[in-house]
Write a protein that binds this ligand. Structure first.
Ligand code: FAD
Length: 321
């Protein structure tokens, strides 16, 4: 780290963080990005639905972003932030950020873009195939498995909705009831009308051949051939740094069921702690890469505006003195 104090320290260097860094560096702010280097989509081979860069490998997209932000003077370092705290004293005292390896730096404002963790259902083998053939997001992967045999693993009430959704990409969709609730009569009718097969019984694991997922194995021993398996991951905000500042994650509900946690923020990303902004998946669980980048830009604009207000207040006080 080249300085002891920055206008803004950004915790997390994914799409949200780097986009914020680019805008703030272009606004002539001193910016430090501290990034642990584990973006959520790292297991995926390509980023889809990112206009202008469709189908770019995730690492390549971030490398482009790092170069762009660094080109305007943003500093980007590897590291994991352990905690942050407000410095004692005046309202404009700022914050201290401490990394896990004991480095410490000060910032006038913080932008936290630490993303979320996908917690997978406890079925053996899912983690190894995550982002390859074990999927959650039809907009990220649907086109790549179009017309293939797709399974949907039910672990909650959203599974029927998922099965009907993935039916848009393939006419060979099987819903595995596994530990999910029994569909209602109306849902069974919808599934039948869209030719979605329903398989009762718990799933024991995945069949793999030549490093490819080939089917779903039930506890009965029956194997149903499939080429992709859709799961409902739990989206847990990586909120430790924001929690260290006094913020509390809240449950995100979808169709009456809890699908994860997030740190609340206003439309600009401002959190309940003055001077602390959040952007990307840590505060909006459904945000895609282009949305996370847009949120980083939005937060950067609001944050720079806040700094301009403070700069002006300090200048007026100095002029009067
Ligand atoms: C398998 C998979 C495939 C996907 N495919 C697509 C796709 O094709 N298109 C699409 O638009 N979206 C896709 N997504 C969603 C996409 O991953 C997210 O929208 C995006 O990553 C959100 O960006 P972010 O900046 O909020 O978080 P992330 O990209 O997760 O970045 C957060 C960064 O913060 C770092 N970090 C976390 N904690 C700390 C800490 N304490 N200190 C320092 N750094 C920290 C992390 O290491 C990481 O580098 C996919 C998701 C998954 C799981």
């Amino acid at each position: 780290m080249e300085r002891q104090r920055y206008d803004v320290v950004i915790v997390g260097g994914g799409a949200a963080g780097l986009s914020g860094a680019l805008a703030l560096a272009r606004a002539r702010r001193s910016v430090l990005v501290i990034d642990a280097g584990e973006p959520r989509n790292a297991p995926a081979s390509h980023v889809h639905n990112y206009l202008g860069r469709e189908s770019t490998p995730p690492g390549e997209l971030l490398a482009i972003g790092r170069n762009e932000a660094a080109g305007y003077g943003a500093e980007i370092v590897s590291g994991r932030v352990a905690s942050a705290e407000r410095l004692p004293g005046a309202e404009d005292a700022g914050f201290r950020v401490v990394t896990e390896d004991g480095r410490s730096v000060e910032a006038r404002r913080l932008l936290v873009t630490t993303g979320l963790v996908d917690e997978l259902p406890p079925v053996p083998g899912l983690a190894e195939r995550w982002g390859r053939e074990v999927l959650h997001c039809p907009y990220c992967h649907g086109h790549e498995v179009a017309d293939r045999p797709i399974g949907v693993l039910a672990t909650g009430p959203l599974a029927v909705h998922q099965a009907l959704m993935w039916r848009q990409w393939s006419d060979d969709v099987t819903l595995f009831l596994h530990t999910g609730p029994e569909p209602s009569a109306e849902e069974y009718e919808e599934l039948a009308a869209r030719d979605v097969a329903v398989v009762d019984g718990e799933v024991a694991g995945l069949e793999i051949a030549d490093d490819r997922f080939t089917g779903v194995r039930l506890t009965s021993g029956r194997v149903v051939p499939r080429e992709a398996l859709v799961v409902q991951a739990r989206f847990t905000a990586r909120s430790a740094v924001l929690e260290s500042l006094g913020l509390t994650p809240v449950a995100q509900e979808m169709a009456g069921t809890v699908v994860g946690t997030y740190i609340p923020s206003d439309p600009t990303g401002a959190t309940e702690v003055p001077g602390v902004w959040a952007a990307g998946n840590v505060t909006r669980l459904t945000e895609q890469v282009v949305g996370a980048a847009a949120a980083g830009l939005m937060a950067a604009g609001a944050l720079n505006g806040d700094l301009i207000t403070e700069d002006t207040r300090l200048a007026v006080a100095a002029r009067r003195a």
